[in-house]
Design a protein around this ligand. Structure first.
Ligand SMILES: NC(=O)c1ccc[n+]([C@@H]2O[C@H](COP(=O)([O-])OP(=O)(O)OC[C@H]3O[C@@H](n4cnc5c(N)ncnc54)[C@H](O)[C@@H]3O)[C@@H](O)[C@H]2O)c1
Length: 239
């Protein structure tokens, strides 16, 4: 069985933490991301990296061919690429609306389409959703939240379809994490203090706390868990 795991969005804050945790767990992560995600250059990036744009199937095919030499397989896939743009009613930007669906939902399906044949039987896929797919108190996150809610449904159907091969598919849905995705993040969440106030634990989360759960779902330690959404949100939705 392969130990290689492709992590889309692997150049981002949570993606890097996932690559680090997978490495510690004995996996070989390959970060797939837009080149712009590693401004310091590939030389300084501590993980294997392939240029990958999830909005383009050609780009995904080229990246996967580079990451997985012929005859090799994958232990798993982490779909972490995602973008947040605010979408307040009256201010909706059509291009950003399309891009959120293209990256957050369609991009995930495109990457699965190319990688699923390469994932070993018994392997695992983790989709990164979000608290916003299960919560309505953030304003301006309606479109982003809709894409992230869609990931929960996508995960269930994909899990059902891949179960005959023993491939498990789960959705890790972080709450507010110390990883400012874009200026929209503070506008939507209200900032760290307000976000922390929504959580039972009265704080925001760290990227490593998400990565820990992702590695658990990739590993055989979660061998009888599939089609699930697990909120890593410090107890926001349950409260
Ligand atoms: N930061 C949070 O509080 C939070 C909360 C819930 C969910 N999430 C989710 O976690 C994931 C990672 O977010 P993050 O906080 O690390 O943000 P981030 O912006 O640091 O990372 C996202 C990565 O996705 C990449 N990406 C964007 N468009 C892409 C494309 N077309 N093709 C390939 N890669 C692309 C970016 O280059 C970036 O490296 C996202 O899916 C996000 O929606 C984040």
């Amino acid at each position: 069985m392969s130990s290689k795991v492709i992590v889309t969005g692997g150049g981002g804050v949570i993606g890097r933490a996932i690559c680090a945790r997978l490495t510690a767990g004995g996996y070989e992560p390959v970060a797939g991301d837009l080149d712009s995600s590693i401004p310091e250059g590939r030389g300084a990036f501590p993980f294997a990296f392939v240029t990958l744009d999830v909005t383009s199937t050609d780009s995904i095919r080229a990246a996967v061919a580079e990451a997985v030499p012929a005859g090799e397989g994958l232990a798993g896939l982490v779909n972490c690429a995602g973008i947040l743009r605010d979408s307040f009613v009256g201010e909706l930007d059509e291009a950003q609306l399309d891009l959120m669906f293209q990256v957050n939902i369609a991009g995930m399906a495109r990457v699965v389409e190319v990688t699923a044949p390469l994932i070993d039987d018994g392997g695992s896929i983790v989709n990164i959703g979000s608290l916003t797919g299960h919560f309505g108190r953030f304003t301006g996150a309606s479109v982003y939240g809709a894409t992230k809610a869609g990931i929960a449904a996508y995960t269930r159907y994909l899990a059902s379809e891949l179960a005959p091969r023993g491939i498990r598919v789960n959705n890790v849905a972080p709450g507010v994490i110390r990883a400012p995705m874009s200026p929209s993040m503070a506008r939507v969440s209200g900032g760290e203090e307000i976000s922390a106030g929504y959580a039972m634990l009265k704080r925001i989360g760290e990227p490593e706390e998400v990565a820990e759960v992702v590695e658990f779902f990739i590993s055989g330690r979660s061998s009888f868990v599939t089609a699930q959404t697990l909120l890593v949100d410090g107890g926001v939705v349950a409260w």
